[in-house]
Ligand binder design. Structure first.
Ligand code: 13P
Ligand code: SF4
Length: 360
């Protein structure tokens, strides 16, 4: 831990918050703080713009502010850096805030998968690679280089439809659940999908299975969302008749199939906002967001779907001390913890992101 952070942890939290407020005012329009919905309350309160991955990527692409502090996780800050100019800096307050799902596929594994597919079919003519935005810049670059695209949980259906319009098959990574749930909602049969298990020859499939498949799903998942189970929905419905179950599409197929509504964090928030007073919800996504919805909608009883705590520990890493340290470094003229994607990766990654943004 840096000396500065250690000093900040010794100060009372109120003093840290007061200093953030003062510095925020002092830095004015030189800084934009982006906050993902999973951020803890004390940090989320300082977000100039909050949103899901799609909205925050769009915001990063649209701003010309010199410094963006990204209160989120590493892939989000990388995306922001790719979409901003060289004169702008993107700062991740705690550089250790990663995403375990994004770590489930790397460039070497995906390149190896593509090479293995080339032994069975002609991937550059027959397969569109689609990467969930929860992935490294390297994978976005792979998609940019191979006629592929990025998607988020907020636009997956539109992106997947585009990808099938380009080529007959899709290789979707790293989240098997988002890929599967999206395709099922579009009427694709389970028999048309196969799972690619990295490390196994042909991902654990036969050549015939790969030739027949329309969707090849990478075997990755979110360790937070996989904790929700369909039985949790049964219990909630027994205890609270009339309750609506809302799930993030990173939950398993079994959970999404029993949910009343499936959508990104932004879509879940909008759904609750627009419901009439008295509506009851059980929600399957990160606990910080569910707790915030509870506070902002006292007229709509809201439960967490799981009896266990499901919280993204890396999103939780960004605390007021890290945010203050980031602001102090900018004020001192030495922005720290910058996320800089090398040009050779950023260029093709931007192509894949731009294809997504162009879809609207
Ligand atoms: P959203 O884009 O829906 O906010 O999801 C991001 C994420 O990482 C969910 O786990
Ligand atoms: Fe990654 Fe899951 Fe955390 Fe989202 S909730 S950032 S997918 S680990």
């Amino acid at each position: 831990m840096s000396d500065n952070l250690e000093t900040l942890y010794q100060q009372p939290e109120e003093a840290v918050i007061a200093r953030i407020r003062a510095l925020r005012d002092e830095l004015g329009e030189r800084v934009l703080i982006l906050g993902h919905h999973y951020q803890r309350e004390e940090v989320f309160a300082f977000a100039d713009v909050s949103g899901d991955s799609l909205k925050l990527a769009q915001q990063a692409a649209a701003t010309d502010v010199p410094h963006i502090i990204f209160c989120g996780v590493h892939f989000m800050a990388e995306t922001a850096d790719i979409l901003t100019g060289d004169h702008q800096s993107v700062i991740l307050p705690d550089p250790a805030a990663g995403c375990s799902m994004a770590d489930m596929a790397d460039g070497a594994q995906v390149t190896d998968c593509w090479a293995q597919l080339a032994g069975v079919l002609n991937p550059d003519a027959e397969v569109t690679p689609v990467t969930y935005i929860n992935s490294t810049a390297e994978l976005k670059a792979f998609c940019g280089d191979h006629g592929g695209i990025v998607c988020t949980s907020g636009n997956a259906e539109r992106v997947v439809r585009w990808a099938w319009g380009e080529r007959g098959k899709i290789l979707f990574f790293p989240d098997r659940h988002l890929g599967e749930n999206t395709a099922l909602a579009m009427g694709i049969a389970p028999a048309e999908m196969v799972l690619w298990q990295p490390g196994k020859p042909l991902g654990g499939n036969t050549a015939e299975q790969l030739k027949a498949a329309r969707l090849i799903l990478w075997d990755g998942f979110c360790s937070v969302h996989q904790l929700f189970q369909p039985e949790h929905a049964d219990t909630m419905r027994q205890q609270h008749p009339g309750i609506e179950v809302l799930a993030h599409p990173e939950c398993s197929r079994a959970v999404c199939e029993v949910a009343d509504f499936v959508g990104s964090t932004e879509m879940i928030i909008r759904h609750v906002d627009e419901a009439p007073a008295g509506s009851k919800f059980a929600i399957a996504t990160d606990l910080n967001l569910v707790n915030r919805l509870r506070l902002t909608h006292p007229d709509k009883p809201i439960w967490f779907l799981s009896p266990m705590v499901c919280m993204c520990s890396t999103m939780f890493r960004t605390d007021p001390q890290h945010l203050l340290a980031a602001l102090e470094a900018i004020a001192a003229g030495e922005p720290g913890n910058r996320i800089i994607v090398p040009k050779a990766v950023a260029e093709p990654a931007r192509r894949a992101l731009q294809r997504m943004l162009d879809l609207g």
